[in-house]
Design a protein around this ligand. Structure first.
Ligand code: UDP
Length: 322
């Protein structure tokens, strides 16, 4: 039985990770400041005796020291996420995302604990010509657009983990997640799938930003969580960065049409200019599709669930039927 610590464990991904390890028979502790995490996300986990939660900030160093001492493995997910939320909170994004990672990395390294850091496909920025490979350059926009503060904070965190691996032999792994979706994800911070599904069920319009030709590839939460666990058990992965995502892509307009059909919705799909949806001069990412050969070669990763099935499942969840 392992002791698993999850920072940001009350978030969408963190709460699924917690559930996965509890079902495997491990002990799980989560820490979350509930800034975007929600008690609702983990209330069903309280029935497990091996589960405990701490509502506090990762910036509380004495507390983190205690939690990291207790743990065998740390999944560091605590961060501000969601394009909309990031643009509304640029100071907190930069300060929290960088400072919390500094603390976690330093303590994990001092106590010689294994650690996984969740980064994001956002670090590739606007690069769109092909499948994104871990060794590709980042192409970020100017600092005038606060959207990029998220990517930059994640890049600093990745570099810091790499530095700890190089200088202190930290057993750390970086994963770059590509548009993960699943039950309990909220649309409040901008995520397109829960937003469009909620709109299709309860509103008379579904909002597609820009011209809808931008493409994404969506990955089911269970595929991601399983891959994170398997990577963590693979010592060759230490010090490395891995994309986790799906090889199938779709335009956002096609996504809206698929959701409308599957939800049998009569809502109208409307195009909203970016400056109205976000701010003047907003830069979107035209395409974001991972090259998954690295993780495929190392652990045999292959996403199992395809988009129509993912959407069906989320519709049932939002309707309260699952
Ligand atoms: N988007 C949209 N309607 C919405 C929310 C988002 O058309 O209500 C678009 C957004 O502009 C982007 C895509 O959907 O092109 C994915 O957005 P999300 O914020 O989910 O993720 P990210 O941009 O980080 O991939």
């Amino acid at each position: 039985m392992k002791h698993i610590l999850i920072t940001g464990g009350a978030g969408f991904i963190g709460s699924h990770l917690a559930e996965y390890f509890l079902k495997k028979g491990d002990k799980v502790r989560i820490i979350d400041n509930l800034f975007t995490g929600r008690e609702d996300n983990f209330k069903h986990l309280k029935k497990f005796e091996s589960f405990s939660s701490v509502i506090d900030t990762v910036m509380n160093i004495p507390l983190m020291e205690e939690l990291i001492n207790w743990s065998d493995i740390i999944f560091h997910l605590a961060a501000l996420v969601g394009v909309k939320l990031i643009m509304e909170n640029p100071i907190k994004t930069i300060e929290d995302n960088i400072h919390s990672t500094e603390i976690v990395l330093e303590l994990a390294s001092k106590k010689n604990k294994r650690l996984m850091f969740t980064s994001s496909s956002e670090v590739y920025g606007k690069l769109d010509e092909k499948k994104l490979n871990e060794e590709d350059n980042s192409l970020l926009g100017p600092v005038s657009f606060s959207r990029w503060s998220y990517a930059i904070s994640k890049i600093v965190d990745e570099l810091l983990l790499k530095a700890y691996f190089k200088e202190k032999k930290l057993k750390g792994i970086i994963v770059r997640l590509f548009n993960v979706i699943g039950p309990r994800q909220t649309g409040h911070y901008g995520m397109v799938v829960p937003r469009l599904i909620e709109q299709s069920l309860t509103e008379n319009r579904m909002t597609v930003y820009g011209n809808g030709c931008q493409k994404r590839s969506f990955t089911w939460i269970d595929d991601v969580v399983t891959a994170m666990d398997r990577l963590m058990e693979t010592p060759q992965a230490y010090g490395e960065v891995f994309n986790i995502g799906h090889f199938k892509e779709i335009t956002i307009y096609e996504l809206a049409v698929m959701i409308k059909e599957l939800a049998q919705s009569s809502s109208e799909i409307v195009l909203i200019p970016y400056q109205e949806a976000y701010e003047e001069g907003f830069e979107d990412v035209p395409r974001r599709m991972p090259d998954i050969s690295k993780i495929q070669n190392l652990i045999g990763y292959k996403p199992e669930i395809y988009l129509p099935e993912m959407i069906q499942r989320i519709i049932l969840e939002k309707k309260g039927l699952e």
